[in-house]
Design a protein around this ligand. Sequence first.
Ligand SMILES: [Zn+2]
Length: 187
Amino acid sequence: MPGARGGPTTTEAALADPALCARLVAHARAWYPLESCALLVADGADADVVLADNLAPAADAGGTYALDPRLLVAAEAAGRVVLAIVHSHCDVGAYWSEEDARRATTPAADAPLFPGVDYVVLDARAAGVPEARVFRWSTPRRAFAEVERLDLCEPCSGRAAPTAPARSVAARRESCDKPIALTILRE
Ligand SMILES: [Zn+2]
């Protein structure tokens, strides 16, 4: 179970580390316009990321990802707790797709394939990665539901006065290339 060994108890707690988010963002940007994938793990008292290759054929990797499932086994064999499976969407937004749901649930679609493991979807754009969303299995709904939305970049300096209202993520998508701060928009 997450936190059973005294590490970060939740995906949200792990993602509260801007340096860790920056690594995920850099990975997504390196793979763009192909999807990236990674694991978010608790390693002792610390959170860490396992940056993986997208093993999907290159012709398909712009719209899907294939993460070697042996990475989950290896992480757990090493005493790490897998908090979340992370992947990026390219230019379509960090929404929970039908494919995401299908591959995250059992063949009967009645339970999560990896109980206790969340999913983080990054919104990868040519200009950066402005947003991430966290999805978690909801027992009452018998489906994955969004539990957190993260704003991954600070308002672009020079593009908005300090006193101006924060620009929406959508407004920044085409302009922001500075993934820095982390703000929880909604829990
Ligand atoms: Zn997806």
